[in-house]
Ligand binder design. Structure first.
Ligand SMILES: [Zn+2]
Length: 279
């Protein structure tokens, strides 16, 4: 979504903002009128993301339009005169110096997502929105700290999968990508993080990066029509899954059955033969 928005948004002037449903602004405490006044007339200068947050920095003052997509939020690029989208909550009209007029439509069926204008704060050498400060960098971020990640694991006796899902340690890894990365690196999801060898942690990080890069190239994992790019198209990484959602099917590596187990209100999928639990 970030990659799709960037060419259209960066350099664009915000010409008009329409808020059709204030539930889309739960993260903007000052309300719709304030939200609109902080955007109209400004220019987007970039497009960034971290974890489930996406943000477009503004030329002035030090702030950004941020979007948290919740369960079903979508950022769609549309022609300026396009008719209303299903579940449309906010429309942002743009004037791009070369592409002309465009609209970003924020649509959200379940309304757990939200937009906001947020101030920027320093996070090491980079600026991030204040609401994103508690989210750790993801492993594809050039400034991700591999040694710091190893140290964080060494101090945690909880299951490695639980640590992978902890946004304060590492972001960008949800349930699906955790299962896929653990399967690829032959690590049992319940193995205590502090029992993993340095080699195993290196292997895990390499597989996380490989899984995330491949999923990004394929537009993400869509099991229904809600996870879409800026053109409304679903990703197709679901066809590349080796463990997730494959309970009872043969492991693509050893042929033994993939096991599905309850895990933190969700499920873990792993191969008990390839992924031995450390104790
Ligand atoms: Zn196996």
């Amino acid at each position: 979504m970030r990659a799709g928005l960037a060419p259209a948004a960066v350099g664009s002037v915000i010409t008009a903002v329409s808020v059709f449903d204030e539930r889309a602004l739960t993260r903007h405490a000052a309300g719709a009128a304030d939200f609109v006044s902080r955007l109209e007339g400004r220019t987007f200068t970039g497009a960034s993301r971290r974890g489930k947050f996406l943000w477009l920095p503004l030329d002035s003052p030090e702030s950004a339009l941020i979007a948290h997509l919740g369960m079903s939020g979508q950022m769609l690029l549309r022609a300026p005169d396009a008719g209303p989208e299903r579940h449309e909550r906010v429309r942002i009209g743009l004037e791009h110096p070369t592409h002309g007029e465009l609209a970003i439509v924020f649509a959200d069926q379940r309304t757990f997502g939200s937009l906001a204008v947020d101030s920027l704060v320093m996070d090491g050498p980079t600026e991030i929105p204040a609401q994103v400060r508690h989210i750790a960098r993801d492993p594809l971020d050039p400034l991700f700290d591999d040694a710091g990640f190893r140290a964080a694991l060494a101090h945690r006796a909880s299951a490695i999968k639980r640590v992978l899902l902890d946004q304060g340690v590492v972001s960008g890894i949800g349930n699906i990508y955790a299962d896929e990365s653990l399967w690829a690196s032959r690590i049992h999801p319940e193995s205590p993080a502090n029992l993993l060898s340095t080699r195993a942690v290196h292997r895990l990080l390499a597989e996380v990066r490989s899984v995330l890069a491949k999923a990004l190239a394929e537009g993400g994992t869509s099991f229904d029509a809600q996870y879409v790019n800026v053109n409304g198209q679903a990703g197709y990484f679901a066809h590349s899954l080796n463990a997730y959602g494959r309970g009872g099917e043969p492991c693509p590596r050893c042929g033994g059955p993939i096991r599905r187990e309850a895990f933190m209100n969700r499920s873990s999928h792993y191969c008990p033969r390839c992924q031995r639990r450390l104790r």
